[in-house]
Write a protein that binds this ligand. Structure first.
Ligand code: 5GP
Length: 116
């Protein structure tokens, strides 16, 4: 069994977070350390530690993450100008929290995909 992270507590609303969307499969909340005017994390409600751990059974939740990202981008007014979706995996990917999450970042020009 994978170890729960703080994100499971946010999903269950046991600790505070600025939740912008929640349904039966996914939860979205504002990043505590935003890197852009809009920085929302979209996570499956089920604990899946990394992309490497995702199975075909997880496809409904993983697909929902994408459509919810598009909805939130529209709600935030950043759809037309554009935004970036990022999922980090493991150490070289820069993953810090081991519960899959998609970063939705936008609200300013983001430059090239990799800083260096
Ligand atoms: P990673 O580097 O794993 O892709 O990103 C983890 C993200 O989770 C970081 O952007 C970090 O700011 C955010 N984060 C970590 N702990 C919390 C928390 O307790 N609440 C919220 N809202 N965001 C968090």
């Amino acid at each position: 069994m994978a170890e729960e992270t703080i994100f499971s507590k946010i999903i269950r609303r046991e600790i505070a977070a600025d939740i912008v969307y929640q349904d039966d499969l996914v939860t979205a909340f504002r990043d505590i350390n935003p890197q852009a005017p809009t920085h929302v994390l979209i996570v499956p409600n089920k604990l899946i530690p990394t992309v490497n751990d995702a199975t075909s059974e997880d496809e409904p939740a993983l697909g929902r993450m994408l459509t919810v990202a598009a909805k939130i981008a529209t709600d935030e007014g950043i759809s037309a100008d554009g935004y970036r979706l990022i999922i980090n995996c493991n150490r070289n990917g820069g993953q810090e929290v081991y519960h899959i999450h998609m970063h939705l970042v936008g609200g300013r020009p983001l430059g090239r995909i990799l800083g260096r």
